[in-house]
Design a protein around this ligand. Structure first.
Ligand SMILES: C[S@@+](CC[C@H](N)C(=O)[O-])C[C@H]1O[C@@H](n2cnc3c(N)ncnc32)[C@H](O)[C@@H]1O
Length: 260
């Protein structure tokens, strides 16, 4: 499945969130930590943090692999500015798009990418470019989101209007099929369900906006306003309320390891 994502709009959303991203990114932290535990300790010389965001994991990668030269790569200039404030050693910065990777073929030892490739136009093509960028024996560690992610919010909005208010994510089967076509030495895929809870729908929306993940492809992002609409959304969310009265929000996470 390929889609035509408005990259400028995605960059703008993430750029707006760049200053406060770290306050809202606990889930991203937890998933990124999990991903990092699968990266074996080796002497990587060229490392890329693909879609580095504010550089939380760039800093960790630089610390864990001090011999390597790290490239922090992101679509959003404002995100890269946040990384610069961290003063990481031996780092270069590159603004760019995961769908048009600028790296020389067979040049990278390790690509780490936490919760980014779900923003790709075409995952098959993006993974092909990642593979091409890796040296023989090079490793890619990626996390992404699967179908079923944010399904409660999707269902709740459907009771309000017919517009898309959440993005669609690829199914596990689709990602498995893409990886099968990739022809690399080894692929490991793991999945995990993570469930978050919020007091009300405003908090749910704020959490997505807080990390800049509120751009909905092919739909003008709307702020929810108006008591009536909010009430409707709250009623639509009722089936996804737990015993404590908290709203459930599910993330279906997929961890991918590629060895070229
Ligand atoms: C959810 S954040 C994750 C950031 C970081 N990896 C982390 O774990 O904190 C997604 C990041 O991907 C970047 N991004 C989105 N679409 C991109 C694209 N097409 N090319 C490169 N980066 C992109 C965003 O600017 C944002 O910094």
């Amino acid at each position: 499945m390929s889609q035509n994502i408005d990259k400028q709009a995605v960059a703008d959303s993430f750029s707006k969130a760049a200053h406060h991203y770290d306050q809202f990114a606990q889930l991203q932290r937890d998933i990124g930590e999990q991903l990092l535990t699968s990266v074996p300790n080796k002497n990587y010389s060229m490392i890329v943090d693909l879609g580095c965001g504010t550089g939380y994991f760039s800093e960790k990668l630089a610390h864990q692999f001090p011999r390597g030269v790290l490239t922090c790569f992101d679509l959003s200039e404002a995100m890269l500015k946040q990384v610069k404030k961290r003063n990481i050693n031996k780092v270069t910065f590159q603004q760019g798009d995961i769908d048009q990777l600028p790296f020389t073929e067979n040049s990278i030892d390790l690509i780490y990418s936490n919760l980014v490739v779900q923003w790709s136009d075409d995952l098959a093509e993006c993974l092909q470019q990642i593979k091409n960028s890796l040296k023989k024996g090079g490793r890619g560690y990626l996390s992404t989101l699967l179908g079923g992610t944010l399904h409660e919010l999707t269902q709740a909005w459907k009771t309000v209007d017919k517009n898309p208010h959440t993005n669609q994510f690829l199914s596990l089967e689709k990602i498995q099929a893409i990886l099968k076509q990739l022809s690399v030495d080894s692929v490991i895929l793991k999945t995990e369900t993570r469930t978050l809870h919020y007091k009300n729908v405003i908090e749910v929306m704020r959490a997505l906006k807080g990390i800049g993940a509120n751009h909905v492809h092919e739909h003008q992002t709307q702020a929810i306003s108006g008591r009536k609409l909010l009430k409707q959304l709250e009623v639509g969310y009722l089936p996804f309320t737990n015993k404590q009265g908290l709203l459930t929000l599910t993330y279906q996470v997929c961890y991918i390891e590629i060895i070229k």
